[in-house]
Design a protein around this ligand. Sequence first.
Ligand SMILES: [Zn+2]
Length: 239
Amino acid sequence: MKYMLLLIAIVNLPAHAAPTDIVSQKSWIHGSENCRSNEDPAIDVLQVDSDTFVLRQNKCINYEAPFIYLMFGEHTLFVQDTGATESSDEFPIYATIKKIAEQWQGNNGVDNLHILVTHSHSHLDHRAGDDQFRNQPNVSLIEANQDAVIDYFGFTQWPNGQAVIDLGNRQLTVMPIPGHQAESLAVYDSRTQWLLRGTHSIQEDSMYESGMNINQVFKSWLILPTSTPSRLLWVLTLR
Ligand SMILES: [Zn+2]
């Protein structure tokens, strides 16, 4: 029986699992029937590999319970989204990321780490924690609006084109995918082969916007043929 347990432990080691499997096998904090008695941490942290983390906000703090992605390169930490709660007391997203970054820097012998914060889109549950990052050392916060996104990434023919972020021996490709919101962005990481796309998907757009008004549905149909499908096909060619 001892050998059987050992075998199971080895098979389950995260180092042997694909990043996507590690995320799908994770049992996330999912709130409580009575949140007043909930004692789970405000932020659930999953380390996917030595340079990749997925964070999730406790559902008892905000029902949206958004995910936040961290990807380390040799000189830059990429952060997508800042969560659904403004208060650093209730939801210490900057302090949590800073602690992870300091541990990572210690492990990797990196003195100066730049933290780049961008957003999948600008709905409040993806940017409420922004203020915690403002005026912090070594942090660049790209504001969650279309002008700031276009300006920072240098898009000249929005929503066409793509931009590359160099984190240091790790490149991310950023692509406009307007639909869920005008400034929605997808981010492709070739290391994990993840396509971060916030709340956005073609299928969801159809459902989401059909519940809104006809102008938005029409707008979605106008934009999607030149943006999302071609973007997704392009990503498939990278794999
Ligand atoms: Zn949204």
